[in-house]
Design a protein around this ligand. Structure first.
Ligand code: AMP
Length: 147
């Protein structure tokens, strides 16, 4: 079956380009749409009950703006339009899966590992997406192969 819309998760680690290039290649072959997502994961938030304190919300927003710039630079180079880039704030695995539903993606392309270390067989975000997603997930092998 052909894929119609591909969501690619970008964490700006050094291997991100490998993951994006693979997604681009699959999108071209399937004549599919493409969305790139980066999730700002701000773990240092101080909560008053369930509500994050105002200064933390501002920091999240600043980080999101910075990420938008980084994503724009990456996509400009690759000729990907603005509408194909999204930055969300939250828990990466949840936001990635939510965006896949929102954009009706039928394939999520993700790195096998990102910034959360190579000691695991599959990174925690990649693993979480695989568990939560209802569509196909391609984990692009990045980093050294385990022997
Ligand atoms: P990890 O599971 O964190 O080692 O990362 C594996 C892959 O998940 C990365 O190569 C990215 O494709 C994706 N990923 C991790 N963190 C994020 C993030 N904050 N935003 C978007 N994608 C992410």
């Amino acid at each position: 079956a052909d894929y119609k819309h591909i969501l690619v998760a970008v964490d700006f680690s050094s291997e991100s380009r490998v993951v994006v290039n693979k997604a681009l290649e699959i999108a071209r072959r399937n004549k599919a749409g493409l969305t790139l997502i980066h999730v700002v994961e701000y773990t240092g938030a101080v909560y008053a009950g369930d509500i994050p304190l105002p200064e933390d919300l501002e920091l999240d927003q600043r980080l999101a703006d910075q990420a938008k710039g980084q994503l724009k630079a990456m996509t400009e180079e690759l000729g990907i339009p603005d509408a194909a880039q999204v930055v969300e704030i939250g828990v990466p695995k949840r936001e990635i899966v939510r965006m896949a539903v929102e954009r009706k993606a039928d394939l999520i392309v993700i790195g096998s590992h990102g910034r959360h270390g190579l000691q695991l067989l599959l990174g925690s975000t990649a693993n979480g997406v695989l568990h939560l997603s209802e569509c196909d997930v391609l984990a692009v092998r990045v980093g050294k192969k385990r022997s």
